[in-house]
Design a protein around this ligand. Structure first.
Ligand code: NDP
Length: 333
């Protein structure tokens, strides 16, 4: 038997998510590797799945949790054997395939990544999809800057949704690389937290979230945007000539009310960042970089642990923008 969160939906009882105990033979037979999960996490998408706010879950019943870290128990996949330490992000896990907010998971071996040396299972989930996505954004910016000959410290880099998971990890990574990071937040009371992660300046997100002009004063050498909508449009409109903007999130909205002006008049490049279906080689590169580059004391400062039973309340909190940094879930507590 194992404990997990289970989402179900019916005409009578509606959409519901609760803690339950299941027999191991209920695990999906479409997976070829069984994993004993040690830690999982709550991302924004888990909040959407657990509350049912958006149609993230595609089949029912569903175990939510787009991430997990643990060890292999049984494997029918050539890359994995019992005892291997592994992690998983995305691939529809927690949406179309049973996920990580569970003591056990059965998934495709092709979806797993080896836990990088030097990273514990808890640290990997403190990073989670949010931190891995932040790393994908930073890698895209760095490829762009490398090609453009831009040096760290030669301009400001904007991080939006700064107090959240993607934002917090992006600040720590960019600051460690020597960049001047400007954090945009709706929580001015978190300014000290954001500066401790490495932000040089903290701005009110209201300065970016309303409709703005198609071209604004040039400021950003790069952008990590977790927010979308007018914020992303304004970030593009105030990007410097030849700058790069990475778009990974939609916390403000899925719309993009922008003009082509920044792209055709200032040569700004907009990179779309997807973590869910990113190819294995890019995932492994991102996780190796995270293990090498992310300051563990900053990671600890942005992380709080909860138990499996606390996950539904945490899901509502993350959608309300009330979670600072990252939440890890001890699925065995
Ligand atoms: P969090 O909830 O941890 O962070 C989101 C942050 O956005 C909040 O903390 C808040 O920061 C800010 N925010 C919330 N609501 C609004 C609003 N209405 N207007 C402007 N800012 C707002 O989520 P994550 O960091 O885990 O994820 C961030 C986004 O990235 C989500 O939209 C998520 O779906 C997306 N994402 C996409 C991935 C991909 O593969 N492309 C992977 C992972 C995440 P503050 O209080 O500091 O303003």
């Amino acid at each position: 038997m194992f404990k997990c969160l289970l989402i179900d939906k019916s005409d009578d009882a509606g959409y519901r998510c609760g803690l339950t105990e299941l027999d191991e033979d209920r695990l999906p037979d479409t997976g070829d590797v069984t994993v004993r999960v040690d830690w999982s996490t709550i991302n924004y998408k888990d909040g959407l799945a657990i509350t049912g706010r958006s149609p993230v879950v595609r089949s029912f019943p569903m175990v939510p949790g787009i991430d997990f870290a643990g060890s292999v128990v049984h494997s029918g996949h050539p890359r994995w054997k019992a005892g291997d330490a592994v992690l998983l992000n995305g691939f529809g896990v927690g949406e179309t395939h049973w996920g990580g907010l569970s003591q056990m998971a059965r998934v495709k071996g092709d979806w797993l990544v080896a836990l990088p040396t030097g990273l514990s299972a808890r640290e990997a989930m403190a990073i989670g999809t949010a931190g891995y996505t932040a790393m994908l954004c930073v890698m895209a910016l760095e490829r762009h800057w490398h090609d453009a000959g831009v040096q760290p410290g030669s301009g400001e880099v904007l991080v939006t949704g700064a107090g959240g998971g993607v934002g917090s990890v992006a600040i720590a990574l960019l600051a460690a690389a020597g960049h001047t990071v400007v954090a945009s937040t709706g929580r001015p009371q978190e300014a000290d937290y954001l500066k401790a992660l490495g932000a040089s300046d903290v701005i009110d997100r209201a300065s970016l979230s309303a409709p703005g002009k198609p071209l604004q004063k040039e400021r950003w050498m790069g952008v990590v945007d977790a927010v979308g909508s007018h914020t992303l449009a304004n970030a593009c409109a105030s990007a410097r000539y030849g700058a790069a903007v990475t778009a990974c999130g939609l916390a403000q909205g899925m719309d993009l009310p922008a003009s082509v002006a920044p792209f055709i008049l200032r040569g700004v490049t907009l990179y779309g960042i997807d973590s869910v279906m990113a190819p294995l080689a890019r995932r492994e590169a991102a996780w190796q970089q995270l293990a090498q580059r992310l300051d563990r004391s900053k990671l600890a400062a942005m992380t709080r642990s909860i138990g499996l039973a606390d996950a539904p309340a945490a899901a509502a909190d993350i959608l309300a923008g009330q979670v600072r940094g990252r939440l890890v879930v001890d699925v065995n507590s």
